[in-house]
Design a protein around this ligand. Structure first.
Ligand code: NDP
Ligand code: MG
Length: 390
């Protein structure tokens, strides 16, 4: 390792699925990575446990009601970690000079403000929180550029495209981006089959182990819709040059199609540690602990077109790109509300797409002038979607 190559990390969403994968990499490479800051939402005991293990400078509990519990818990452990709380605590931590890399792994629009804060502080950002870039893609890309920050996509598809583009030296000659989709747990099902789906069924993803919100998004194909919007902003490609193909084995993570007929792909086991390791160590490569692909065992790799009649969320995401302005923010917020209601047993699975479609039609269009306009649209879409559900 080069002298001085030690990276200091601020891990937002440490108690989640991406957070835990990141910590596995840190455990594997204690000589390369140092945890300086950690956050959770409500799992205060788990956060204190992590502080005991990693001894960060700061820890933030996003739910401000739990500040005292965090402070007292850290004290009882004799830890010098500074306790922080709330949205402001997350933003301060993301901008703190104590870390050079911020892993944005909070779920939902709750991660937007801290992602922007990291961008304004010129950090290297490993972006898992796709909702930030869906809600405010243009503004986020501009903020990253204006403040000299770096944005590394952690989403496996975008990480794959990023790797293909880096290998080739840029975007010249790119004809299409091809995002692969596993198809989720309900691939091949009809709308009739999906009428009585339970949260447990929807969260049982065949290939990836993830948090509950993204698991439901994978089951509705909204996840792929959010990823089309994400790719549109990250790589500056128009929506009609971003194609989705269903690939149930989740081995090809995505592809770039060039005008000469070449297609570059990135392959690997479905394990988020590969994408995280790439962002953490770039431009070096480190061992991620992910096993090597065994081509002799792989058998068939299948590809097919997505069924957009059974899974209308994908089409809604393309519609949100063409409407522009606040439409992706409205789509994202309505989806978050609908997914929460579904997970709490208050909304049928198939109604998630209906709520999103109705919200897109009902919330007035606004140009994406600044973040406050988009956050106001996010709030309005949440109000409208909640009103439709109750
Ligand atoms: P999880 O639900 O497993 O974890 C979410 C994390 O965010 C937890 O640490 C949670 O804290 C915290 N959190 C939840 N709500 C809030 C809030 N309102 N304010 C602050 N923090 C909050 O999610 P994942 O790790 O699966 O996903 C995280 C992000 O990464 C999502 O945007 C997802 O789309 C994206 N992503 C995830 C992938 C995966 O494989 N898991 C793959 C690609 C992208 P607590 O534990 O206290 O609730
Ligand atoms: Mg993905």
């Amino acid at each position: 390792m080069r002298p001085g190559a030690m990276k200091s990390l601020c891990l937002l969403g440490a108690t989640g699925s991406i957070g835990q994968s990141t910590l596995k990499l840190v455990d594997q490479h204690p000589d390369r990575f140092l945890i300086r800051a950690l956050s959770a939402h409500t799992q205060v005991d788990a956060l204190i446990d992590l502080c005991r293990r990693y001894r960060p400078l700061q820890a933030c509990i996003a739910d401000p009601v739990l500040f005292t519990a965090l402070r007292d818990g850290l004290r009882a452990e004799g830890l010098a970690t500074t306790p922080l709380a709330g949205a402001e605590g997350l933003q301060d931590m993301a901008a703190d000079p104590g870390s050079d890399t911020v892993i944005a792994a909070i779920v939902g629009a709750a991660g937007v403000a801290s992602t922007f804060s990291a961008a304004r502080a010129g950090k290297r950002i490993l972006l898992a929180n796709k909702e930030s870039i869906v809600l405010a893609g243009q503004l986020l890309m501009k903020t990253v550029a204006d403040y000299g920050a770096e944005l590394f996509p952690v989403d496996s598809e975008h990480n794959a495209i990023f790797q293909c583009l880096s290998a080739h030296g840029g975007r010249a000659g790119v004809r299409r981006l091809i995002l692969t989709a596993s198809g989720g747990p309900f691939l091949g099902k009809t709308r009739t089959d999906l009428a009585a789906i339970t949260p447990e069924q929807a969260c049982r993803h065949p290939k990836w182990s993830m948090g509950r919100k993204i698991s439901v998004d994978s089951a509705t194909l909204m996840n792929k819709g959010l990823e089309v919007i994400e790719a549109h902003h990250l790589f500056g490609m128009p929506a009609d040059a971003i194609e989705v193909v269903v690939h149930p084995q989740s081995i090809v993570h995505s592809m770039v199609d060039y005008c000469d007929g070449s297609v570059l792909a990135q392959l690997g086991e479905p394990d988020m540690r590969t994408a995280l390791a790439y962002g953490l160590s770039y431009p070096d490569r480190i061992n991620s602990g992910v096993k090597a692909l065994d081509f002799g065992q792989l058998g068939h790799l299948e590809f097919q077109s997505p069924d957009t009649d059974t899974f209308p969320c994908l089409g809604l995401a393309y519609a949100a790109i063409s409407r522009g302005g606040n439409a992706p923010a409205v789509l994202n917020a309505a989806n978050e509300v609908a997914v929460t209601a579904f997970l709490e047993g208050r909304l049928p699975f198939l109604a998630i797409a209906d709520i999103v479609a109705q919200s897109l039609d009902a919330v007035p269009w606004e140009p994406a002038v600044d973040l406050s306009v988009l956050m106001a649209s996010d709030a309005e879409a949440r109000r409208y979607a909640n009103h439709r559900i109750h």
